[in-house]
Design a protein around this ligand. Structure first.
Ligand code: SF4
Ligand code: SF4
Length: 456
């Protein structure tokens, strides 16, 4: 059976099945991985694989984007997957999602051609770590430090494939982002906003914070980053905005500096191994053993170079910090510090894929338990969609919203631009993605990292 057969998807006719046209339109539209670090999608789609996997797990508690986009744009998602399959030659498409996303299952099921199936994931964390998603949905285990392509799989998330479909069918660039505002806000909500609006504007769309001293996280409670400036603009990879009390453990942990993290680790690590026994990468057979890395920072004489290099294979899923460690140490932060050092030295990890832990599936964390463990019960809301269009007076577009080289401005201050117009392009032959105007207006400022547009 050939990938070309997916043209007959009940989700609608594809406008093209030509691989080169698909890749070129996706590249020109500036599509990047919307669920991760922003790897340029046109580069990812150059792989030739057997299976195209849609990561629709959305396992971070409090984020409600993909699970609501799927029933609303089911046909577009299936067509986006078909374009991905046509580009990569994949013979099988899999949409991996959870049973609790029943409206999405109902909307997608009648649209699936024979080559595409749904895979129902357990409601565990981190079902959305792509290495874990691949294992759960296909049974294949990606070796440590290897890409999914090494086991014949390519992974995209829901928003990425919706952007692929728009790029291929309408030649429409990425100028918007859908995100959830949740936690201690007046009106928890999921909204679609032009790229470049500030997190302060996004917060206002949710009615503002309901606490006098809020703390903010950009993304989910497990993998999101502390927000120190609400003027930070929304980019193609902004996951969401969470508002919590400033003395909430998730905020306080993110405010600790490295010196404090290390001091805690040196003082209280009891080498109980719980962090390793619950580490999802360790469970599926990777060498990564966070308790050994914590020990290594405490007693460098016991660390082998190979032990330290394994830090490079940490996904930063945060299970070791938020779920496992009984004494509030963050092996993840220690890994992050080690990774920075090792990458600066140009180090690379090479190591075996061992047998998976026979108890691996049972040691992943149920999301309900995670919400309790993270003390999020009071801040968990459904955050329904609000379709009211938001029209900002100004947007500030980052020149780097992706992995690779920053885009270079191709407009000047004072230029008039229209929505969707190219305003910055990646340097020739460099890995990167173009940036487009997310509103019509005038270029008011260009800095070394941003372009600001004023409406009108
Ligand atoms: S779980 Fe905490 S105390 Fe136990 S080995 Fe890991 S870092 Fe040390
Ligand atoms: S953050 Fe911790 S639990 Fe997650 S992969 Fe890294 S070491 Fe393992």
């Amino acid at each position: 059976m050939s990938a070309i057969a997916v043209i007959d998807s009940p989700a609608g006719e594809l406008v093209t099945r030509d691989r080169e046209i698909i890749l070129e339109r996706v590249r020109r539209a500036g599509v990047v991985g919307a669920g991760g670090a922003g790897f340029p999608t046109a580069v990812k789609l150059q792989a030739q694989v057997e299976t195209f996997l849609v990561n629709a797990a959305e396992c971070e508690p409090l984020l409600k984007v993909d699970q609501q986009l799927m029933p609303r744009q089911a046909a577009r998602l299936v067509r986006g997957l078909c374009y991905g399959m046509a580009a990569t030659g994949a013979r099988e498409g899999v949409i991996a999602l959870k049973a609790k996303y029943q409206p999405a299952i109902d909307a997608l099921t009648p649209l699936l051609p024979p080559q595409i199936r749904l895979h129902i994931l357990p409601d565990i964390y981190p079902a959305g770590d792509e290495v874990i998603t691949i294992w759960l949905a296909t049974g294949k285990r990606v070796p440590p430090a290897a890409l999914p392509g090494s086991v014949g799989v390519v992974v995209n998330n829901v928003q990425t494939l919706l952007n692929v479909a728009r790029a291929v069918e309408q030649e429409w660039p990425v100028t918007r982002r859908t995100l959830t505002v949740n936690g201690a806000v007046a009106r928890p909500v999921t909204v679609t906003v032009p790229l470049g609006v500030t997190l302060a504007e996004v917060l206002a769309l949710a009615g503002g914070a309901t606490l006098p001293n809020p703390g903010f996280i950009n993304g989910g409670p497990m993998m999101g980053h502390l927000v120190t400036d609400l003027n930070t603009p929304v980019t193609k990879t902004t996951g969401g905005l969470l508002v919590l009390p400033e003395d909430h453990i998730l905020i306080k942990r993110r405010m600790r500096d490295v010196r404090t993290q290390l001091a805690i680790a040196r003082t209280v690590c009891e080498q109980c191994r719980l962090c390793t026994e619950l580490c999802p990468r360790h469970l599926i057979g990777h060498e990564l053993s966070p308790h050994l890395l914590v020990r290594a920072v405490n007693y460098q004489q016991v660390a082998t170079p190979q032990t330290l290099l394994a830090a490079l294979t940490c996904s930063e899923c945060n299970v070791c910090e938020s779920v496992a460690c009984p004494v509030d140490i963050s092996p993840m932060q220690i890994n992050r510090m080690l990774k920075q050092q090792l990458r600066a030295e140009g180090a690379r990890y090479e190591g075996p894929l061992r047998e998976a832990d026979p108890m691996a599936r049972h040691r992943l964390v149920p999301v309900k338990r995670l919400i309790q463990k993270l003390d999020l019960t009071d801040w968990y809301h459904e955050a329904p969609f609000d379709d009211t269009p938001y029209q900002p007076q100004q947007v500030t577009l980052a020149l780097r919203q992706h992995i690779g080289a920053p885009a270079e401005p191709c407009v000047s201050v004072g230029d008039s631009v229209s929505h969707g117009q190219l305003i910055a392009a990646p340097p020739q032959d460099a890995l990167g993605a173009p940036v487009h105007a997310s509103i019509s207006g005038t270029v008011s400022t260009i800095s070394s990292t941003t372009i600001t547009l004023a409406r009108g």
